[in-house]
Ligand binder design. Structure first.
Ligand SMILES: [Zn+2]
Length: 463
């Protein structure tokens, strides 16, 4: 199948220019002026007045994740359908090792969740919760199979959290193979202490979830893990960075020339902590870890994106229905499942609030929604509209206005964090490895299970 995309503005992390683009089967094979003249094609897609982006990569999602006796409400089918509608053609989800279980068990479970269901392409970060002689031996083969990034936690004692000794050991093991360690950085002691304080005082509404996860807990854990990475000469990727003070702590490491990659998420850029002042239980919709911060933190994050201190914008997509899931914590914020939806809206929101409002350039948008994630996480066929790469392509109308609403959303969840927000710019058509999966905003060839596992390479990206 040959598809010619004609007359669009091709967008890269370093440039934008008008050109035609030819897709043959799954790959981009030609870029240039007036390709019609020299190439045959089966289908012509008119992209005049449209921007053409590389397919979005969301490096932080949780489909079908077991949490507090329930599961995140999007599985790999509904989750990737919504991702594709929003222009995200690849996700990296997390396979979590159970304490006492093996790493291969975790991967088998997550591969079974995704294969036969996913429609976007997908990879996995592997969460290590228990490194021992047995699990150590599993790592090299897992690495070779294309799982080259590993997640660690400084919080969630008893399930996900590991101590500094194990963290250092993991860094050394992964570094030796050429992989990257990622971290959820929040200090468990601080959080547990705050939770106890609020519970004892009978302060149990959702707002106290946010207050029990102070910025200082993020700064403390991020600083500690950066020190560990420095001592072990390991690279580090900090997920869902939410606050200006954390960015300042990260910046200090410039002095010692550390390789620290920083992720933030759409919600930390766009929302502020007034969301927790909503009446009743409504603010449970915003219960996530870390929580939404102040307007100044949003400003700091935008500045850091512009300045190159933040490298990727993810979503931490982990939805739970407000009715039937979140409400398990009505009366006790510690029982509210942590997480929120967002994979469908990331590209349009970051374009609208970032590029359209003049906060970031179009090139920066491409970089933080696609190119950098591909480079950092070893996805050599993704992340740019280059000849030879996968034809993951988004045609985008930069002037179309629309309003976000959960009623028209493809995400399997009964609310949207950005309900009622008007957005400038709309995903029109999406190709995933050369297949038109969204055409004029509507699902086209969305065949369940056609998403492929992304076999990732070593981490070799230098800033
Ligand atoms: Zn997460």
């Amino acid at each position: 199948m040959k598809i010619l995309i004609c007359g669009g503005t091709l967008c890269y992390s370093h440039a934008t220019f008008k050109a035609d683009l030819l897709v043959v089967d799954e790959k981009i094979v030609a870029i240039g002026d007036d390709l019609k003249k020299h190439h045959s094609f089966d289908e012509l897609i008119d992209a005049h007045r449209l921007l053409v982006f590389p397919g979005g990569i969301d490096p932080h999602t949780h489909m079908d994740l077991p949490v507090m006796g329930t599961h995140s409400s999007d599985d790999f089918e509904t989750g990737t359908i919504s991702a594709l509608h929003g222009g995200t053609t690849s996700i990296i989800d997390f396979a979590n090792q159970e304490k006492g279980g093996t790493l291969n068990d975790a991967l088998d479970i997550w591969k079974a969740k995704a294969s036969g269901k996913a429609i976007s392409d997908y990879g996995f970060h592997l969460t290590i919760t228990d490194l021992n002689e047995r699990t150590k031996k599993e790592i090299p083969a897992i690495f070779k199979s294309g799982i080259t990034s590993f997640k660690t936690f400084t919080a969630y004692r008893g399930s996900l959290m590991i101590d500094d000794k194990m963290m250092g050991e993991i860094m050394r093991e992964i570094k030796a193979l050429g992989g990257l360690v990622t971290v959820h950085a929040e200090d468990a002691d601080t959080i547990e202490d705050k939770i106890r304080e609020y519970k004892n005082a009978g302060l149990l509404t959702p707002k106290y979830h946010a207050l029990s996860h102070p910025i200082s807990a993020e700064v403390k854990a991020a600083s500690r893990v950066m020190d560990l990475a420095y001592q072990n000469e390991s690279g580090l990727y900090i997920v869902h960075t939410s606050a200006g003070d954390t960015l300042k702590a990260i910046q200090k490491n410039f002095d010692r020339r550390q390789r620290v990659f920083v992720e933030t998420c759409t919600q930390y850029l766009l929302l502020d902590d007034s969301v927790y002042d909503q009446p009743g239980f409504e603010s449970a919709k915003y219960v996530m870890s870390p929580p939404i911060r102040s307007i100044d933190d949003c400003k700091d994050l935008w500045y850091a994106l512009r300045a190159g201190l933040v490298h990727s914008v993810a979503t931490d997509h982990c939805p739970f229905h407000y009715k039937g899931q979140k409400d398990a914590g009505d009366g006790d914020f510690t029982k509210i499942p942590n997480g929120a939806p967002g994979v469908e809206n990331r590209m349009e929101l970051i374009y609208s609030e970032g590029v359209d409002k003049g906060r970031i350039t179009l090139e920066k948008f491409v970089e933080v929604t696609s190119t950098y994630a591909a480079r950092i996480f070893g996805m050599k066929n993704k992340g740019a509209l280059d000849i030879g790469k996968d034809a993951d392509i988004v045609l985008f109308d930069p002037s179309a206005l629309h309003t976000i609403s959960s009623s028209s959303s493809k995400q399997n969840v009964d609310y949207n964090l950005y309900e009622g927000q008007t957005v400038t710019g709309k995903v029109i058509t999406v190709l995933r490895r050369g297949k038109v999966v969204v055409r004029n905003g509507k699902a086209d060839q969305m065949e369940k299970g056609t998403g492929q596992f992304i076999k990732r390479d070593k981490f070799n990206f230098s800033l």
